[in-house]
Design a protein around this ligand. Structure first.
Ligand SMILES: [Zn+2]
Length: 503
């Protein structure tokens, strides 16, 4: 079976060359000899997507940490999803979590001949087949037999490892998962070999992420490979974002508009449902007036509905606060005016209904960066109406439709959707507090909470500017920090800060 990524040019993975790093990143360097661990990056070191790092723990053995897809601008720079590096000596794939930019290239890894364990936490083991199935159908094939064959292979390789348990790897290495607070099942990973410890942060959660516990810092690290998605900015606090969401909800009811929230089906959707439930109960309580008939909250995503069920079943991984809410509300993701659409035809019907009825509604639909999925049809229908609000609750990568809409304030520009031009008259909002990613302070806290500071930090999973800004902060703390793990990387000409989240 041959999987085609649909692109001709091949991407040559970047290998970290310690000799060619920019002068500012020289001395003192982590000493390398035949037994030292070292890393080769196969993605995720120059952008926010395509995470895939190879940790060589001796001359012959290594593990892969994540194997994700490139998206948005990264996908244009690295158009081939095919695995371009040799698999010799790779003893396992160790996953940090199940977002597609961390797992999406697994089918290509299997195609290249990988047949070693795929380690992950127990919640990730539940989510992985669902997320992969969706990604295969969207990006590789809709052939049921091929999809089933890939999933069967993946399922035969998955090995769930509980948080906190050291898992041995061949020839003396071992690793351990700790909660990362990003999405359910997310983890950072300590890798030990001899006296050395390398830590891969995966994606770190924001401190105010609902449902999940704030991550505890690692104990120590010779090298910490740290994400830097929001290394240059701070999120608004929980109270602020709840107040802003409530204000938009009220305005939607008042102007009988439609509010569209493009959201990843895993993580953000559950957080939104959890907090929308609390907001509406709060309004009911304060005004003594039921929201039941005032507005529909529509989740238009079969996958989000499936994943929310699993979220609900795995409350042992929730925060204490979320579990407390569970004692008074057995179903914190379900409320009376919640409409779940899981059949394909229901989505079209719902759009027609909203157009016809003029009933206010909040629609949560994927994909999170508007690069496809059901949200696109909602955007095409409602983006040019001034009564529409679009709320971005997650990172929008350069080059994605989500980013273009986010950067298009005040109806002054148009966007092209499916080769058709649309004037953006909708109001756009960015609620950064819902980001499942740590902000600059969270990242600094993660590092400063370590019992002994890391000897070296390498920043990955961030665009150029956030990596540079965070590196400055960490270097100022006296921690040697490498912002560019590819010494030949050039700052992209269009790289500039995101639109201000406060608008
Ligand atoms: Zn993630």
């Amino acid at each position: 079976m041959r999987l085609s990524s649909g692109h001709g040019s091949r991407h040559v993975p970047e290998t970290v060359s310690f000799d060619n790093l920019p002068l500012s990143f020289h001395q003192p360097f982590h000493r390398r000899n035949s037994v030292d661990m070292h890393i080769t990056h196969h993605g995720g070191n120059e952008g926010v997507t395509g995470s895939c790092h190879q940790l060589h723990y001796n001359d012959n053995d290594s593990v892969l940490v994540d194997c994700g897809s490139f998206q948005g601008r990264d996908a244009r720079r690295f158009p081939s999803a095919e695995i371009q590096f040799p698999l010799d000596g790779i003893q396992a794939l160790v996953l940090t979590h199940v977002h597609i930019d961390h797992i999406g290239r697994i089918p290509y890894l299997l195609e290249a001949g990988f047949n070693k364990p795929i380690y992950c936490t127990p919640p990730t083991a539940r989510f992985l087949p669902i997320m992969l199935e969706d990604s295969i159908r969207l990006g590789i094939t809709r052939n049921k037999k091929v999809v089933a064959q890939i999933l069967k292979e993946v399922n035969s390789l998955i090995k769930a490892v509980p948080y906190g348990k050291w898992q041995p790897l061949p020839r003396g290495a071992s690793f351990r998962y700790s909660p990362a607070g990003h999405i359910l099942g997310s983890a950072y990973i300590d890798f030990d070999h001899g006296d050395e410890r390398f830590v891969f942060s995966g994606d770190i959660g924001s401190r105010c992420t609902p449902i999940l516990r704030e991550p505890a810092s690692p104990e120590r690290a010779d090298v910490l490979v740290l994400e830097s998605t929001y290394g240059d900015r701070l999120h608004e606090g929980r109270e602020t974002r709840l107040a802003r969401l409530e204000a938009i909800l009220c305005e939607t009811m008042e102007n009988r508009g439609v509010t569209i929230i493009p959201a990843f089906s895993l993580g953000r959707t559950q957080e939104l449902l959890f907090e929308l439930n609390q907001i509406m109960e709060g309004i009911d309580h304060r005004t003594n007036c039921s929201m039941l008939h005032a507005i529909d909250i529509i989740v238009d995503s079969p996958m989000a509905i499936k994943l929310t069920d699993i979220y609900e079943q795995m409350s042992e991984y929730w925060s204490e606060e979320a579990n407390e809410i569970l004692t008074v509300d057995r179903q914190p993701f379900v409320f009376k005016n919640l409409v779940e659409l899981d059949q394909a035809g229901e989505s079209r019907g719902n759009i027609e209904y909203l157009k016809r009825s003029g009933k206010p509604a909040i629609v949560i639909a994927g994909s999170g960066m508007c690069t496809g999925g059901r949200v696109v049809e909602y955007l095409k229908t409602f983006i040019s109406k001034p009564t529409t609000d679009i709320i971005f609750v997650g990172f929008q990568a350069y080059g994605t439709l989500g980013r273009k809409i986010q950067d298009c304030h005040g109806g002054k520009c148009g966007v092209s959707i499916d080769r058709e031009e649309f004037l953006v008259r909708a109001k756009t909002h960015t609620l950064t507090g819902y980001s499942a990613h740590a902000d600059q302070n969270d990242l600094l806290r993660f590092v400063q909470g370590m019992k002994s500071p890391p000897k070296e930090i390498r920043l990955v999973h961030g665009e150029y500017r956030p990596r540079q800004v965070l590196a400055e902060k960490l270097n100022a703390l006296g921690i040697k920090t490498i912002a560019c793990t590819n010494p030949n990387e050039q700052p992209p000409s269009e790289d500039r800060p995101q639109s201000d989240p406060a608008e």
